[in-house]
Ligand binder design. Structure first.
Ligand SMILES: *Cc1c(COP(=O)(O)O)cnc(C)c1O
Length: 376
């Protein structure tokens, strides 16, 4: 066997996507929703029938992700939530699921509602208690997120995989497949909101699932659900995503370097009481992150300001380069006051979630320095 290609090589070449019809080095955008048959009623290409089944531009993006994840199969969805919903919809009524607490709020909200309506027993467990909980609760499915958004808690994927016979699904959005290949650590299915760093340019909404075992019954059910329930990503979005992922390894490397530098700067600042970032040695999940994340600790962190709501909003308001907007993983740095968005879920009023982009680090540090300067 030949040595597998470096992720940077796979990504730069979009896993070999070329346009054979024109000779172009970039794949063509193919928006057709339907495909012709010849005079004998045979399809010109047996894999192209109708755009809800599959499409060339989706296959191209999926091939890149499949290679980066070391997966046997990958499916794109029109959002991260659509991907999560496709997984949970495969559960029979009265199934048992264990879901981590303090994860992406949209997931928690949707899963609670879904489980209540379908009489699915939902057991919520803190990152630190997950493995123990899986061992005693005998779940059919376990859903974890590492590092978690916005608490930056880390979960030892291998430990949870060993503790449970249920299907282990890991939302690895904040890590990206460049830093963590969750399937190699024992996950059965890895999920990403490709809206975030995978696309990285804040211009595509997409989600993706990849599996270690494409022959499993749950994967078959997910494939069928996408096709029959119709949660397909459009070809233009898939084409943009393929284009964006050519630079994914570069972007993740730069964002992680910037985030590490900014986290260290902010932790040392006397107006900051704590910085939640797995790359910092004092972070409770640092050892797990070191084991499970390779080449950096990602672009996401949460910063606790020494003060109350109004002091925190004043800092956020003074930032000039960090745009005040939700989302994460883009080339441009963003901040969000999560408590304003989800006031009733225990997010502290002095927490600022930060997504660090690829800008010059000295500019980013200078922006925080002036925003934290009480004399100015
Ligand atoms: C954004 C996000 C999602 C949801 O993805 P969408 O593409 O917005 O539907 C799920 N998990 C995490 C960790 C996220 O950050």
């Amino acid at each position: 066997m030949k040595k597998p290609l470096d992720p940077a090589t796979l990504a730069a070449h979009a896993a070999g996507a070329l346009d054979h019809a024109s000779g172009g080095v970039v794949p063509a955008l193919q928006p057709s929703t339907t495909f012709t048959r010849d005079e004998n009623y045979d399809l010109h290409r047996p894999d192209n029938i109708y755009a809800r089944d599959n499409a060339d531009n989706l296959r191209q993006a999926e091939a890149v992700i499949r290679a980066l994840e070391n997966a046997t199969d990958t499916l794109l969805f029109p959002s991260g939530m659509a991907a999560i919903a496709a997984v949970f919809r495969t559960l029979p009524n009265r199934a048992r699921v264990v879901v981590q607490t303090g994860i992406y709020w949209g997931t928690t909200q949707w899963v609670r509602d879904f489980c209540a309506r379908r009489e699915v027993t939902l057991i919520e467990a803190d990152a630190a208690e997950l493995a123990g909980c899986c061992a005693t609760e005998n779940p059919d499915l376990v859903f974890v997120e590492t590092p978690s958004n916005p608490w930056l808690q880390t979960v030892d994927i291998r430990q949870v995989a060993d503790a449970s016979d249920g299907v282990l699904v890991v939302d690895c959005t904040a890590a990206t497949p460049i830093l963590t290949r969750a399937l190699d650590h024992g996950a059965d299915i890895v999920m990403h909101s490709a809206t975030k760093a995978m696309n990285g340019h804040s211009d595509v909404l997409a989600g993706v699932l990849s599996t270690r075992n494409a022959d499993s019954s749950i994967w078959g059910a997910i494939q069928l659900d996408r096709k029959t329930a119709g949660a397909m990503l459009g070809p233009f979005e898939a084409w943009l995503l393929t284009r964006a992922m050519r630079t994914l390894p570069l972007r993740v490397e730069r964002m992680s370097q910037n985030a590490q530098r900014l986290a260290e700067y902010l932790l040392a600042h006397d107006r900051i009481t704590d910085v939640l970032y797995p790359g910092l040695p004092h972070h409770p999940g640092h050892a797990v992150a070191q084991k499970q994340m390779h080449g950096g600790f990602g672009s996401l962190m949460s910063v606790l300001v020494d003060g109350r709501r109004e002091d925190t909003l004043a800092v956020v308001g003074k930032l000039q380069l960090f745009l005040r907007a939700t989302s994460l993983g883009g080339v441009e740095s963003l901040v969000e006051h999560r408590h304003t968005i989800e006031p009733d879920t225990g997010i502290p009023e002095n927490l600022i979630r930060v997504s660090v982009g690829i800008e010059g680090i000295e500019d980013l540090i200078a922006d925080w320095a002036q925003a934290l300067d009480v004399s100015g």
